[in-house]
Design a protein around this ligand. Sequence first.
Ligand SMILES: [Zn+2]
Length: 148
Amino acid sequence: MVFRSYMDIALAEAEAAAARGEIPVGAVLIHDGSVIAQAGNRTRELNDPTAHAEMLVIRAACTTLGQERLNDCDLYVTLEPCPMCAAAISNARIGRLYYGAADPKSGGVGQGPRIFSHAQCHHVPEIYDGIGAGPAQDLLKRFFAARR
Ligand SMILES: [Zn+2]
């Protein structure tokens, strides 16, 4: 089986988020080789601090599939998930997590709280980091440089 990365779709969602004035992070959920949800951050638009890209795709995919668990799904996200999203990924039982840039400020997977390393974390996805990290990082840098 040939590995196909869906990170380009997540990056496009991150760019669309930046164009809306949102922090440029994008996510996509894959089920049986198809995209079942894709989103960028919408915290400002929705006045919802939980409207991170990962939370939005998890909610949308669960609605579409009519189930609370996403065992057979792959999540692609441009930036290392924060602790909230990492906990949601665990609760959703997502099979595989692919993320781009590391997030030293707010990350909760490879640093900080390292949610998946806790004994209280009952499901740990397979994790692949650094996928498309360059473009994801550039997008964030440009976004924050433009705001200063
Ligand atoms: Zn998050």
